[in-house]
Design a protein. Sequence first.
Lengths: 459, 651
Amino acid sequence: MAEETISAVITALGEGAVGIVRISGEHALAVGESMFKAASGKALGAYPVNTMVYGHVFDVDGSLVDEVLAVFMRGPRSYTAEDVVEIQCHGGLQSLHKILALTYAAGARPAEAGEFTKRAFLNGRIDLTQAEAVMDIIRSRSEASLKLAARQQQGQLARELRGLRSALVDVVVNLEAVIDYPEEDIEDVTYAKVQQSVDSCCTAIDKLLDHAHTGKILREGLRTAIVGKPNVGKSSLLNALLKEDRAIVSQYAGTTRDVIEEQLLLDGVPLVLADTAGIRSTDDFVEKIGVEKSRQLLQDAELVICVVDGSQGLTEEDEGILAAASGKPCVIIVNKSDLGLAVDLAALQERFGRNKVMTLSAKTLTGVEDFSAWLKNYVYGSEGTLSDGAYVQNAGLEGVVGEAGEALAEAGEAATALLPYDCIEIDVRNAIDLLGEITGDTVQDEIINEIFSRFCIGK
Amino acid sequence: MRLLTKSSPASVLVNKKVDEREAIMSYITDSFDVIVVGAGHAGVEAALAAARLGGKTLLATLSLDNVALMPCNPSIGGPAKGHLVRELDALGGQMGISADLACIQMRLLNTGKGYAVHALRGQEDKPYYHTLMKKIVEEQDNLELKQLMIDKLLVENGQVVGVEAETGEVFEAKCVILATGTYLRGRIVYGQVNYECGPNGLRSAQKLSASLLEHGVELMRFKTGTPARIDARSLDYSKMEPQYGDSEVRNFSFMSELKTREQVPCYLTYTNEETHKIIRANLHLSGMFNGMIEGVGPRYCPSIESKIVRFANKDRHQLFIEPEGRSTNEMYVQGMSSSLPAHVQLQFMQTIPGLEHCKMMRAGYAIDYDCLNPLQLKYSLEHKAISGLFSAGQSNGTSGYEEAAAQGLMAGINAMMKIQGREPLVLRRDEAYMGVLIDDLVTKGTNEPYRMMTSRAEYRLLLRQDNADLRLTEKGRQIGLVDDARYERFTNKRSAIERALSEIGKMNLAPSEENNAKLVAMGSTPLRTGTNMLDLLRRKEITYAKLQEAFALPELNDEVAEQTEIFAKYEGYIAKQRQEVERFMKLENKRLPEDMDYHAIKELSSEAAEKLDKVRPTNIGQASRISGVSPADISVLMIALELKRRREQDQ
């Protein structure tokens, strides 16, 4: 059965130091080899099957993505009984996301919920007793994803996508009306008009891809600065949040500034902590970096965590930091609550009404859970964290929006080249279908209905 | 009722069946392989196909004077409809050939919008078209044409056995094809006047519906309409804009060799505020608005009164005045369909430029009628529950001569395939508009008269009108409707295209000064490196004719040159569609057994189970197109299918 090649992250994100991307289907090896280069220089397919091969994944532009292990399993001796390539990389979102995107670029499509298992069953790998369970999984996953879709539908992203989609449907409806009713009294569509609509949708999609709030956090992490004068307990707070640093996933030098950034997953929320090395080693944030640098960091931050020592009153230094942070989305942590409070919480909250003030003890861990919950809520909205598969789905979602953008770019080119309507439409319709996958709208009769409702047509 | 066996002589009294109301002697008159009820565009194609495939065929019509009648617009073709005509022609149908002969104006529409949507449209001489078709039917071997009112369908044990006419005559048959058009309990509405009637004052079939219902056939009530006809002598042509046919002579049929055609113009004019005022003042008299019409009408041919109500801000509506033939003065007022009383129709028409003194010869009317819910049919157009009963055309809820003819041809073919014990001919959505049409009908059903549109076809770059023969002639040959002459012409064309592509594909053009000068002269840009001729042909401004002239390429006939050009220019897009088709085929190839118990699969949503049970799709792809069946249902279905297979294997 020659099925499409599919891919997905099969490890739970944030659950381990290693993440695995699985590619399954007829072209699994080709997809894997398109990005994986063994250290030996040999092709992955040149190794005996089921061999772990050490190497690297490279981006299309040749830049290094991650150091990985890859294994090729030839069907039917694999989980899905199809050709399978699995790539083990560092568990960070950055690498997983990038590798997944590369598999899409090489022709794989995002696996649906339960699809690997479904294929395993259909290909005869799973016995009858397990089959019913698989159907249950599909049913319940689809319900869960429906819930997710419903939530997305109320969200900003879905609203915008739906708006774009309906602008594209407009283009097609106009083209179709003119094609199906060439002699009716309908204003002809000009290439310039098509081009304009397609281009503006393209631009909007690019912008969405860059700015969609949750999408961006999932992709890049929430840029967070932890600030506070020395000895307020920033590092112990960090350690308390991290639960023995097992969630620290990667460390790299920022490309735009010469400070160390750390990427981590805090109870499901990906964060990029600015200058955490400094914070952790010496606690002398202000002294070491100086006011200018700290201002710079604060300015770039999407969330500022201000830590003060609750067992002592607020000093001038504290006030300075609070004032600097107050223009940003900010949470104020009054630490060392176990030592008794010398800070007037009510007054503090009144002064920084827009920002949340929370008490916490990094030592006894009192209040840590509340903070985590607040953070999740801050990032994902009142529904709290997304369910297990949500990250993957979102990576997939972004892939779909990206694909729609590519289709539109091609439609734009076709319009520029003054290619006939029917060519332009192929790509526009493709984009409409892709966006509809996200918003849950199907095109079937929509266009014909629109033609009839909008144009006065007939004998 | 028991019917006598075939060996019994005709006209023997078989049954003194006493009806409660009327006592009619039923007696077997004759036996046929196929009986077609109705001789409109569906019926004629069905009967010709069945007879040409060797079936002893009866074509029953209410009136011999109205075979292949065009009761509405005097034209054949247009977007999607022209595609259907060419496909039907490639399979060996009749409409294309007759429409070429009866054509009084031919135009190729949409020429600026891409090859896939180019559409031939012919204005037809209606009386001549009818005469031609009647003659063709009369002269067809194996085919008997009879004037009969069919009252009953005869079914025994779920198998069609024949039909009974109002005279009591019984005609036995292995298969019956219903092509009843708008005649089933047809009712005409002019304003507040309504009466039981078929189109053009013909009788309507009042009893057959009851017989169908009795056998469990599900019926729907649809509505359609037609505009007035006016006298050509009463028009002022100086006030209207003439519209002429193309100077290049084109034909629907791949077999037609007409090189010249005498053409007549149509005329364009518009309604105005005065027209709209009269219509608005009389809305309460319209059958469409006073509740008299119960059928569901099509959105694409609204009456003039619906147009004015729904598009109130439009200050004028376009009308085409089209001749109905050379031998008549009747002119068809396209765009003016109405169910207002006749005197109101005349009053508002006389407000229109060119029509100020028009004489109305026939008033426009609305008609409502019974038709079958097409969800009851298989892909072969055979009824799912009644073996040997086929249905085609408006009786399946479609609209249009071309849609009817296409279904008629398929029903005729498939009735014979059944009788001959062969596989039915089923065209897929990626193979033909005919495939899209029938798949839509039997999978999604329709809640208004269904009209073919190019926007319904997802693979239309592959389903062009120029390649209908390349797509379908081979299938027509296998079925047995493509004769040697047609097949030879087709194979010659096909090999000429292959030859041309391979020869030109091997030719390169050097970037010499001379060559570049020629390219510039044809409005193109100079070459920098040696370039393949096919790549050159890809350029928008370059045509095969230009290249041929400048660089001494092989001389090709127009059809072959066109195919070569399309191949070069569209290659990338065609490849894209082929990929889509590949994905589509994966689901299409997963067959669902006829006896699948959908209600037993508890993981299906109840809506999906119900719809699947009703439509009984033949494969997973068809199942996925049923509204209310979600992707999750499809996954569940695939697993259930595999489960079933393994359980059966284990036994």
